[in-house]
Ligand binder design. Structure first.
Ligand code: SAH
Ligand code: SF4
Ligand code: F3S
Length: 445
């Protein structure tokens, strides 16, 4: 590529889209660039280097990258009279590769398994040659990243990446590669580092986090039990799980590991067995419900969350109604729902009976109405309970702080407390998206 030679960037800005794993990767890239001598800036239009950490999961997410690149250049021209160096990272980088350089003339393209090479790629691009690395070496990036610096009270930690499930609608197995678990010792060391850097809660991340395992067959529950022993780590969460990897050991951990929070994000996608089969989910609606019964048997107050797709090819009104019935049966505390988006290279994109957009719109509205109703009901049901809240950031009102309950609903409190405090709270009122709490006491570290 013939980009003109530019001086090496001194400041950078990372913008992450998509899932929590991208948030984690974005933090790690920022730490890497900082260790390389660059300074982070919050203002994208002022940065010499902008890293767009992209998501490929739905068409909208992918197209957004190209419009963002255009807008970034315009804003930077206005703000500083020069376009920034642009690096495209994340799942669009992996899926589209050199096509992004052709279409948008960006300087660097780096995949999710190769971003430890970002400093070298940026140096190459500063020399005038567009730089591309979409190799998928298994987990080698973790050995090349600097130690964790200061982090917030709630931190992410990737323990597992990739997916072998090949749901027929999904790009993740292609953009993130095969299912692979990080070794136990490296995870425990990183968790200790996070706690030393200020974290009191760690969310273990993986595309199929409950498939995590090691050569001693410890399973995710074994890892959770080990992390539970780290002094100063008050809360452990994990996401996203697949129903077929929900072992009895992990279910049991919800019954007796105190730091493991009573929350489970377990996507089901559809309530119709015909659709689930066409999606290659390898479980039935009833199997999913029975699994939830087993989890509730050990942890009756567990808050449940899910993901749904409406308008999968061939989905009939009757099949969609089965999804609504499943939602009614579960009573989710929160959930994500999406219109099916055909992704290039996935089997479902070639299915003939694609659903009309207006049908999808209408189904999504009905599903979201049901999910919102259940979320409100869940929030209302927490009123009168006493629970811990980890204060994570300032609220809009003076003296107001925002945090999360064990069930992951947002809690507003007013009081003389600080970000990072774990407080005991009486929940006194509920709104659609959050609840209000009154602080009783600060919980000792
Ligand atoms: N590994 C996780 C989540 C992966 S992606 C799991 O299996 O549950 C997050 C969510 O995006 C999925 O659960 C699904 O609901 C949604 N999704 C994935 N591909 C999609 C597509 N092609 N169209 C619409 N939604 C999709
Ligand atoms: Fe995608 Fe299915 Fe894998 Fe989840 S389990 S990442 S939806 S292929
Ligand atoms: Fe998106 Fe990649 Fe995550 S496609 S949802 S950023 S794994």
């Amino acid at each position: 590529m013939g980009s003109p030679m530019t001086s090496p960037p001194k400041t950078f800005h990372v913008k992450s889209f998509g899932c929590q794993m991208n948030v984690y990767d974005g933090e790690r890239m920022a730490e890497l660039m900082t260790a390389d001598g660059l300074t982070a800036t919050d203002d994208a239009s002022a940065a010499d280097l902008v890293v767009l950490n992209t998501c490929h999961i739905r068409e909208k997410a992918t197209e957004k990258v190209y419009s963002d690149i255009g807008r970034l250049r315009k804003d930077a021209m206005k703000a500083r009279g020069a376009a920034p160096m642009i690096a495209v990272a994340g799942c669009v980088a992996q899926a589209e590769g050199a096509e992004i350089v052709r279409r948008a003339k960006v300087d660097v393209v780096v995949g999710p398994q190769a971003y430890h090479n970002l400093p070298g790629l940026v140096a190459k691009a500063a020399g005038g040659t567009a730089a591309l690395d979409t190799d998928m070496p298994l987990l080698s990036k973790f050995g090349h990243l600097p130690a964790r610096r200061k982090v917030g009270p709630s931190a992410f930690l990737t323990v597992q990446e990739g997916c072998d499930k090949f749901c027929t609608y999904c790009v993740v197995p292609y953009t993130r590669g095969a299912e692979i678990s990080r070794p136990f010792d490296g995870i425990v060391a990183e968790a200790r580092g996070l706690v030393e850097a200020g974290a009191r809660e760690i969310t273990l991340l993986g595309q199929n986090v409950n498939a995590w395992n090691d050569d001693q067959d410890r399973g995710l529950h074994g890892l959770i039990r080990a992390l539970d022993r780290i002094p100063g780590l008050a809360r452990i969460r994990y996401m996203t799980s697949h129903p077929n990897d929900m072992t009895q050991g992990l279910i049991d951990a919800h019954g007796d590991v105190e730091s493991l929070m009573p929350f489970l994000h377990l996507p089901v996608q559809s309530g119709s067995d015909r659709v689930l089969k066409a999606m290659n989910r390898a479980h039935t609606a009833d199997g999913y419900l029975r699994l939830l019964d087993r989890v509730r048997a050990v942890r009756p107050d567990i808050a449940l969350s899910g993901d749904f797709i409406v308008g999968f090819p061939g989905e009939t009104e009757a099949e969609f109604a089965e999804t609504l019935r499943l939602v009614d049966a579960v009573g989710y505390a929160q959930a994500f729902s999406f219109k099916y988006s055909p992704r290039p290279g996935t089997p479902a994109a070639d299915m003939t009976d694609q659903i009309a957009p207006e049908v999808m719109d209408e189904r999504l509205q009905r599903l979201q109405a049901a999910l919102n109703r259940d979320q409100q009901a869940f929030n209302a049901a927490t009123v009168g309970r006493t629970c811990t809240v980890l204060l994570e950031r300032k609220g809009k009102l003076p003296g107001q702080l925002l945090g999360k309950s064990p069930w992951l609903n947002s809690v507003h409190v007013i009081g003389p407390h600080a970000i990072g405090d774990l407080v005991e709270v009486d929940i006194v009122a509920a709104g659609p998206n959050a609840v209000t709490g009154e602080v009783r006491a600060r919980v000792a570290a």
